[in-house]
Design a protein around this ligand. Structure first.
Ligand code: NAD
Length: 484
């Protein structure tokens, strides 16, 4: 299967924070790969902008190092790397001062797509937006890309939205959630809305429950100060897991267009019921062989911030009334694994007697590792011995379905940055969606803070605290195993 790559229009992309970790690890390697694949035209320009004292050649040396570190060797082509570095330039600017802005303005080309990637803390969004506007750098067609965290609560998210709206129209704002750029997540929509097979079963009549797991093996690392103010609820649940929940639960949009899709996602968030305290489990990892405890990591022995959260949610609409959604995410867990599992109900009547209830269909959408979709079906165990049933997976791993090309699947950032250049907002969060997610999150956090809730300790390398298992067992269900 040969993928057809359609080059995007020539563009100028300015990366504010162009010397930072995200630029080096994700943004620049992604752009290089798009150029190497023939999607980014050679006359596109990537301009790093940050406070460091660098010139074009100093920045190119930094970019080369970043590519050598973060692009796998097999994907590094000296000729393509040279062409990419030709596209790269640098401007020293201060987001909160005036130095460098006139030079940046003079660099911008005419008649090209302009995009500004704000790979900096949210405190710099407004000063940057103002200067882009005041120096005539942003045009009405320009696009602006912003990263998480988009606010800390509803009030701060509203303020960020209002600040951006002073200078940019909503159609120009691209709020990135890189989970939405993953191949499987888009495939989830293809599977749901491109086949007649699934949609008739996609409701509480046939679906017993849905599980969403995003498990990490790492601890909070060097982000302790930020993380301890956020916790798993703000850092992961409010954005990544909520977005996955929306895609799995939304009604079919009328077309695969930005507003049609985002309207449907918004309705899901608004239909979420209030969460009972008994339906929330928060945890903190203890010290273990792989590292210190959460409290040591954040240097606060009294911290009540959760490094793990599991919740049972329900959606009040005709499609989902009666089908629970179990979501969990945490750090220092058994494996790095993200999965959405749609667990179907038992067959209404088993003609096979004793086997009744032991076999269930299951659709598993794996986000990492090994992106792919697996449908569990029940068949007869081959060979003699009577009618014995066995569950086997119908595996739609991209590696097998698409052959060696599966390795070439673009990283989420590659796709999302190209979508920005193409002007396609479908996989980006709209301002009202982000606000609705915070409007749902805030009271949940306020309630546990008012109760003085203390997270339950859990062992590193486990599946989280025991209480999370009980959350499921109580309903006669089990979590899927967390495995790499
Ligand atoms: P970083 O601290 O490594 O880099 C920050 C960049 O901003 C540097 O290039 C710095 O020079 C520049 N900068 C800071 N103050 C400036 C100013 N006044 N004027 C001009 N430039 C200034 O941060 P990062 O890890 O690259 O993260 C950038 C943003 O992306 C943050 O908001 C972060 O939350 C978000 N983010 C990062 C990651 C990641 O993996 N690193 C993942 C998701 C979101």
């Amino acid at each position: 299967m040969v993928a057809r790559i359609i080059p995007v229009d020539p563009f100028d992309l300015v990366i504010f924070g162009g010397t930072g970790d995200l630029a080096r690890r994700k943004i620049l390697p992604s752009l290089y790969r798009r150029l190497a694949d023939g999607q980014m035209p050679d006359d596109a320009r990537v301009i790093g902008a940050a406070r460091s004292e660098l010139d074009d050649s100093g920045y190119r040396a930094m970019v080369r190092e970043a590519l050598e570190e973060f692009v796998p060797e097999a994907r590094r082509d000296p000729e393509a790397m040279a062409r990419f570095l030709e596209c790269v330039g640098y401007e020293q600017i201060d987001a909160t001062g005036e130095a460098g802005w006139a030079r940046l303005a003079a660099r911008m080309g005419a008649g090209r797509v302009r995009a500004f990637y704000l790979s900096v803390g949210p405190g710099l969004f407004l000063p940057l937006a103002e200067r882009l506007h005041d120096h005539g750098i942003a045009t009405p067609e320009s696009r602006i890309v912003v990263e998480k965290p988009f606010g800390h609560d509803l009030e701060s998210a509203r303020e960020l939205n209002a600040n951006l709206a002073r200078h940019f129209d909503e159609t120009q704002i691209y709020r990135i959630d890189h989970y939405l750029g993953k191949e499987t997540v888009q495939n989830l929509m293809a599977v749901r809305f491109g086949n007649v097979l699934f949609e008739p079963l996609w409701n509480s009549q046939y679906v017993d429950h849905i599980q969403i797991t995003v498990a990490e093996t790492v601890g909070v690392g060097g982000r302790g100060e930020y993380y301890d103010r956020a916790g798993a609820m703000r850092d992961m649940m409010q954005n990544h897991l909520m977005q996955l929940l929306c895609l799995i639960a939304m009604e079919p949009p009328s077309r695969f267009g930005a507003d049609s899709v985002r309207d449907e996602k918004l309705k899901v968030i608004r239909a979420l019921d209030e969460v009972e305290p008994a339906d929330i489990v928060r945890g903190q990892y203890e010290a273990g062989p792989d590292g210190p405890s959460y409290r040591d990591d954040v240097d606060d022995m009294r911290s009540r911030t959760e490094s793990f959260i599991a919740m049972k949610l329900s959606i009040s609409n005709w499609r989902w009334a009666g089908t629970p959604f179990y979501l969990r995410t945490g750090k220092r867990l058994r494996a790095r694994a993200s999965e959405i599992a749609v667990v179907f109900k038992d067959a209404p009547h088993s003609i096979f007697g004793a086997d009744r209830g032991r076999h269930r269909n299951l659709l598993s959408i794996r986000l990492q590792p090994n992106e792919g979709i697996e449908l569990g079906v029940t068949i007869k165990e081959p060979g003699p011995g009577g009618m014995r049933l066995v569950d086997v997976p119908l595996d739609m791993s991209f590696a097998e379905a698409l052959g060696p090309e599966a390795d070439e699947i673009p990283d989420a950032y590659e796709r999302l940055i190209m979508d920005v250049i193409r002007g396609n907002q479908t996989l980006f969060m709209r301002g009202d969606e982000v606000e609705a997610a915070w409007a749902w999150t805030d009271p949940v956090i306020a309630a546990w803070e008012a109760r003085g809730d203390v997270p339950a300790p859990y062992e590193q390398g486990s599946a989280g605290p025991e209480e999370a298992q009980i959350l499921m067992h109580r309903d006669n269900r089990r979590w899927r195993e967390i495995r790499a």
